[in-house]
Design a protein around this ligand. Structure first.
Ligand SMILES: NC(=O)C1=CN([C@@H]2O[C@H](COP(=O)(O)OP(=O)(O)OC[C@H]3O[C@@H](n4cnc5c(N)ncnc54)[C@H](OP(=O)(O)O)[C@@H]3O)[C@@H](O)[C@H]2O)C=CC1
Ligand SMILES: O=C(O)C1=N[C@H](C(=O)O)C[C@H](O)C1
Length: 248
């Protein structure tokens, strides 16, 4: 049985994930971490991961970049593998995560679904094949999401940038100029309960290719994080992502 700490366990994703863990015989929920203590929870809950004393095999994080320092410090000292699903990190924070993966095994993905990770492959193929096409990314999420653009939109943009070396253009408000040839437009929409919707548009002369992934529940992300936890639990130190798990 894999013993887990969920960082951010009382958040929207944390609640979905802890429910799944409690139903799954392969996992044991040993502790949760949330900024504010809640006494109506039937597992131990802490306001900082640094206070967790229980022995565990893996940490799964769906929280906020604010908790990164404690999370990395705990993982560094205990050497416990870490699955990071949180988005909205600065470049400096992303470097801190990669740096720690020299000492601990870290699985980091801004999207734990299988489908989005197939889209990453498809955008790479499309970007190579569709020369001189304009590329725009549109992401749509629920009205409670705090970071924009989504981590997934950035992950897709970075994948394309590795092929074409484009510049990113976040929205077009206040820019009274034509679109540049070598840019990727990135646009964020927020509303209702949209679990996650990512479109990548390749617009050429008289033809358009559109790749679209729609998440219909938060559960797919939680299931993906459990798959990642199983994958990473006995791995050597290193920086892993969904490409290491999904065979494409
Ligand atoms: N990679 C993926 O596949 C997915 C990633 N995500 C990402 O996961 C993250 C969480 O999403 P969601 O659950 O919707 O967000 P919520 O805001 O609902 O939950 C965030 C949780 O993090 C906790 N938290 C905030 N600051 C700290 C801190 N300093 N220390 C410990 N816990 C803290 C909050 O605690 P409190 O409630 O006490 O404030 C809360 O429990 C987001 O970054 C989101 O983009 C979401 C879905 C899929
Ligand atoms: O906050 C969310 O909900 C989601 N966040 C991730 C992101 O920023 O890409 C993944 C998913 O789309 C849901």
């Amino acid at each position: 049985m894999i013993k887990v700490i969920v960082n951010g366990s009382l958040g929207k994703m944390g609640k979905v994930l802890t429910d799944l863990i409690m139903e799954d015989k392969a996992f044991e929920l040993v502790a949760g971490v949330s900024k504010y203590k809640n006494d109506n929870i039937d597992y131990p809950i802490y306001s900082s991961i640094l206070d967790v004393k229980e022995k565990v095999d893996v940490i799964i994080d769906f929280s906020n970049p604010d908790s990164l320092k404690d999370l990395l410090s705990y993982s560094k000292h205990t050497k416990i593998p870490l699955v990071i699903a949180t988005t909205g990190y600065s470049d400096e924070e992303l470097n801190m995560i990669e740096e720690l993966s020299k000492e601990v095994s870290i699985f980091h993905s801004s999207n734990m679904s299988v489908g989005v990770n197939l889209i990453l492959k498809l955008v790479e193929i499309s970007a190579k094949a569709l020369t001189n096409f304009d590329i725009e990314i549109i992401e749509k999420h629920h009205n409670k999401k705090v970071d924009a653009p989504s981590g997934t939109a950035l992950m897709i943009a970075n994948e394309i940038q590795q092929v074409l070396n484009n510049e990113f253009n976040y929205g077009r408000h206040g820019k009274n100029e034509k679109r540049k040839e070598n840019e990727i437009g990135i646009h964020a929409v927020r509303g209702g309960t949209i679990a996650g919707d990512h479109s990548v548009i390749f617009a050429g002369k008289d033809e358009i290719l559109e790749l679209n992934h729609i998440a219909l529940s938060k559960e797919i992300f939680a299931q993906g994080s459990l798959k990642a936890a199983k994958f990473i639990v006995n791995k050597e130190n290193g920086y892993y992502n969904m490409k290491d798990v999904v065979s494409i």
